[in-house]
Design a protein around this ligand. Structure first.
Ligand SMILES: [Zn+2]
Length: 174
């Protein structure tokens, strides 16, 4: 029992953080730009991830909410969204504090680490945190997206596969 608790706690610490080495490796591997433009997976409902980019957090969050709708998950469309950039402790990239409050999305982001993340890392991290905040998932459910392994190298294929698993797991919980 103690061992399981320890593993869960470690997973919690790592899942919302990012290892600098992994980050720089991912940033340099993100080179397949020409193929991505035509990839239909980047279009979600009425939005396109590539057009939104990764500079506007409100628009990224709005895309996540639309993705929920596309996947037949009912979420409040009048959520109060707050994104705060500040210095977070111990390599933590992002914190969600709106868990359990379905009218509020509150994200705190460490700006220094965030700016060094690759595009796909940013989306993966955002979906992870909104998995907490919007879907109220813990690290123990939601598949790989909610229990990010430390050394996992995130690619777009991981992102699209893992987010679908997260949505399916969520729907099975209902
Ligand atoms: Zn987390």
């Amino acid at each position: 029992m103690k061992k399981i608790l320890l593993v869960t706690m470690l997973a919690f610490v790592f899942a919302c953080s990012s290892d600098d080495d992994t980050v720089s490796a991912d940033a340099s591997s993100d080179t397949s730009e020409t193929n991505e433009i035509d990839d239909p997976r980047f279009t979600i409902g009425t939005k396109n991830m590539k057009e939104i980019g990764v500079d506007n957090l409100e628009e990224m969050i709005s895309l996540f909410l639309e993705d929920c709708q596309v996947n037949d998950i009912v979420v409040s469309d009048s959520q109060e969204i707050a994104v705060i950039f500040e210095s977070l402790p111990d390599g933590i990239v992002m914190l969600a504090s709106g868990i359990g409050n379905d009218d509020k999305i509150t994200l705190k982001i460490d700006e220094d680490i965030w700016t060094r993340l690759s595009e796909v890392d940013k989306w993966y991290m955002l979906y992870h945190e909104l998995g907490h905040d919007v879907l109220n998932l813990m690290h123990t459910s939601g598949g790989d997206m909610m229990s990010i392994e430390v050394n996992k190298r995130v690619t777009w294929d991981h992102f699209f596969t893992d987010k679908q698993i997260m949505f399916e797991v969520y729907k099975d919980l209902d």
